[in-house]
Write a protein that binds this ligand. Structure first.
Ligand SMILES: [Zn+2]
Length: 293
């Protein structure tokens, strides 16, 4: 492979050979994974011919021949659009996890993508991160980057910050994290759920009165509705007293962190606490719906 790398290096000065448009700054042609080889370059006839010559030269010297039946050609930037064959939702089967609920694959995926965003923010020294920084982030901040020209995968990594914000992180707090646990992030995302609170409906472009129907003073966002609203915090304070916990109701983020830190185990007390918090959220939500509909 080293010899093949040296032959490919000659393409740098070969007339007419063009790198893949998104790899020319890195002068990248070849990627190897175990015994797989990926060659990337611009798909014009001259470049293909030059690369083919290199490959044949290497083949003649080493005696290795590419297995055509195991080789594939991938195109990008051509006018071909293809939709996914399997609906994403159908891949989202729940699995029992023994935690506070079920593992939801779709939410787990979001948490895993958030880790990629965190890796990008940390500028970990790997090839793909260098690549994204050179072509998408450029001189800016990962947090403020919205790359419109990047691939679907890269765009979705950057879009992930809306979920990071929803669970309560801002740019500074996110970057200050020393480690990123997909499991912990998943728990926060799962707890946030997908409730159509009024702020969410407004974000989706629906024209609704944004006031909380339980207190009629604050705007209805998830964090307000379940613990910060006077109505909900009264309910939760009573539950806390019933459980013998002598503290006032925290805000949404702190409540979640408290639960993750204090109710991890399988003890009866932890179970009851998790059931109580779920019941409280459920009934506050039900009461809110009764008052609206
Ligand atoms: Zn309220």
């Amino acid at each position: 492979m080293e010899y093949f790398g040296r032959i490919l290096k000659t393409l740098e000065t070969t007339n007419g050979f063009k790198y893949h448009p998104k790899c020319d700054k890195l002068r990248l042609i070849q990627l190897g994974f175990a015994d797989d080889l990926l060659l990337v370059f611009r798909g014009d006839t001259t470049s293909i011919t030059h690369l083919c010559d290199c490959f044949l030269k290497y083949s003649a010297a080493s005696g290795l021949i590419a297995n055509i039946s195991k080789s594939s050609v991938y195109f990008g930037g051509a006018d071909i659009s293809k939709k996914a064959l399997v609906a994403w939702d159908k891949l989202c089967y729940p699995k029992s996890a023994g935690g506070i609920n079920l593992i939801h694959v779709q939410i787990w995926n979001k948490a895993a993508i958030a880790k990629l965003l965190w890796n990008l923010s940390k500028k970990k020294d790997t090839l793909w991160i260098q690549w994204v920084h050179i072509y998408s982030v450029k001189q800016g901040l990962v947090w403020d980057t919205y790359p419109k020209q990047a691939s679907w995968v890269i765009q979705n990594i950057f879009k992930e910050k809306r979920y990071v914000e929803e669970v309560g992180y801002d740019c500074t707090r996110f970057q200050a994290m020393k480690n990123f646990s997909i499991k912990e992030f998943y728990q926060k995302l799962a707890a946030l759920g997908k409730l159509a609170t009024k702020d969410r409906l407004t974000k989706w472009g629906m024209n609704v009165d944004i006031k909380c129907h339980l207190c009629l003073t604050e705007n209805e966002i998830v964090s307000h509705l379940f613990f910060e609203c006077q109505f909900a915090s009264n309910v939760w304070n009573k539950m806390l007293r019933w459980k013998g916990i002598s503290r006032q109701a925290f805000r949404w983020k702190e409540e979640l962190e408290w639960m993750i830190n204090n109710c991890k185990g399988k003890s009866a007390s932890s179970h009851i606490y998790r059931i109580a918090i779920a019941a409280c959220i459920y009934h506050v939500w039900k009461e809110r719906n009764l008052r609206i509909f």
